[in-house]
Design a protein. Structure first.
Length: 491
């Protein structure tokens, strides 16, 4: 069982990480086109509208899906129909409320009449997207992340393809809205094909009471996370305007790119920890290995993007995004503890059934974000949010470490120090090359490539033991021969 679980988790991580990387490489040109064609105001309006819709989505869920993933026994038909029925009722109710209040909300943000329908069109897509929920959670529960990756790839490609096409046709913010609708419709269709499930209505009070004990604290954590992140679309949108929201949203997305590539590794951990929660030795081994592998991927990406950020903005995204550079650096630094430590902790809490611990920490995070962030925004403008993010991230580090170690003993520094040091040194190589080479896109590409090569060579030697184990577990036998020189044990 142990080998099977670790192998399935490893294969799931490979599938979802590999396809996620492929998606980012394919969609990178699309994101560049959007940033060059659309304005910060367009991004800001979409950020405000999508937050409003996400707010209604989050509060129309009570966490039954997460509870079904976390429980040890397979979900019954009664479990699934109860989950679907409750969520359908909540989604339809919240959609109706959102449809009615769209106009006053739009007026508060000065979005004009068009803003009202931007909100309403996105809201009307929510009931359809609910059909994806049950098939997707069944796949995640069984660690079939290869199929999950296919669903998400279709959604990602359809979103960016539609958004780029419509932006080139001068649809402005509507490019994002219709792209979101297309993404949702295609995602539902593919999910039902890869994980056939016949929707049905039904309700069991005993099932609902059982699922809500874990699901409600879990969903409250997500809701509080949303409220914590609401500083940008609410405070900035109301006080500074849509353009400021656009700058901050874009800067955060830029800084978050390394997390988008390593995040799939952690998605596998929640169901994997849930399956291994009764085996302390296996649990500790899985957690520490996942932490180290995530650090090996995360830190070089973060450091290299920070080192080349001015050139990337200037030559690729255009100077209209230059005001966002300080926020890029601040968000990048703030993400370091969150991408590894906080993500690890929340996966452990939820996988072990301690969803209330995760909820309490999110309450603390949110309170600090608002208490520190709002005064900084009023004082420093939109960069105040980024400064506040750094302060909160590092204030919370000792708190998260102490709570995590009360559940499982994990050596955090020893798992992350080598990738951190190597990534920082590679970034220094990159910055040095950018300083001596003539300005231009070619110099940018050469500098980043050389720095990445330095990192790969050093980390392949320094972290050889864990990389060998990981490659042997993840790679099919027919491909291991290609790396025999690296995988073969040394005398």
């Amino acid at each position: 069982m142990v080998d099977t679980l670790q192998q399935r988790a490893a294969r799931g991580a490979v599938f979802i990480s590999g396809l996620s990387l492929f998606q980012r490489l394919v969609t990178l040109p699309a994101s560049i086109v959007l940033a060059r064609v659309l304005t910060p105001t367009d991004y800001g309006i979409y950020g405000i509208v999508s937050f409003i819709v996400t707010f209604f989505t989050t509060f129309s869920n009570v966490g039954f899906g997460a509870a079904l993933i976390q429980q040890s026994e397979p979900p019954s038909r009664e479990d699934l129909t109860t989950t679907f029925t409750v969520q359908m009722a909540l989604v339809c109710g919240m959609t109706a409320i959102g449809f009615v209040i769209a106009e006053p909300v739009s007026q508060a943000y000065q979005l004009s009449e068009e803003g009202v329908w931007l909100i309403r069109v996105l809201l009307l897509s929510l009931p359809l997207s609910l059909l994806r929920t049950i098939p997707a959670l069944l796949l995640e529960r069984e660690l079939l992340f290869g199929r999950v990756s296919i669903i998400e790839a279709v959604e990602t490609f359809s979103f960016y393809g539609t958004a780029v096409a419509l932006s080139l046709l001068n649809f402005g913010t509507w490019s994002f809205i219709w792209a979101t609708v297309v993404r949702g419709a295609l995602g539902v269709g593919v999910a039902l094909v890869l994980s056939p499930w016949r929707p049905g209505l039904g309700f069991s009070r005993s099932v609902a009471e059982r699922l809500i004990r874990f699901g409600l604290p879990y969903q409250l954590r997500l809701a509080l996370t949303l409220l914590r992140d609401a500083l940008t679309p609410t405070v900035l949108g109301l006080l500074v305007g849509a353009a400021a929201v656009g700058y901050i949203t874009w800067a955060f997305t830029f800084a978050l790119l390394p997390v988008l590539l390593t995040g799939p590794l952690w998605r596998v951990m929640f169901p994997a920890i849930s399956r291994a929660q009764n085996d302390p030795s296996l649990l500790k081994n899985m957690i520490e290995r996942s932490l180290r592998l995530s650090a090996i991927v995360f830190f070089p990406l973060s450091f290299l993007m920070m080192g080349a950020a001015p050139e990337i903005v200037r030559y690729i995204y255009t100077e209209q995004w230059a005001p966002a550079l300080p926020a890029i650096y601040l968000f990048s630094v703030s993400i370091w503890p969150g991408a590894l430590l906080a993500t690890l902790a929340f996966n452990v809490f939820n996988g072990m059934g301690h969803s209330k611990l995760a909820l309490y920490l999110i309450i603390l995070y949110g309170a600090l974000d608002w208490l520190i962030g709002v005064p900084l925004v009023l004082w420093l403008g939109f960069n105040g949010i980024a400064i506040g993010a750094v302060l909160v991230a590092y204030i919370m580090v000792p708190v998260v470490v102490r709570v995590l170690k009360s559940i499982v003993t994990v050596s955090i520094i020893s798992q992350t120090v080598r990738p951190f040091v190597t990534g920082a040194c590679a970034a220094l190589v990159e910055v040095g090359l950018l300083a001596v080479l003539p300005p231009g896109v070619i110099s940018l590409a050469v500098s980043m490539s050389c720095a990445a090569l330095v990192y790969i060579v050093v980390i392949a030697v320094w972290e050889q033991s864990i990389l060998r184990i990981t490659l042997r577990r993840m790679l099919p036998l027919r491909f291991q021969g290609l790396f025999r020189w690296y995988l073969a044990p040394q005398d």
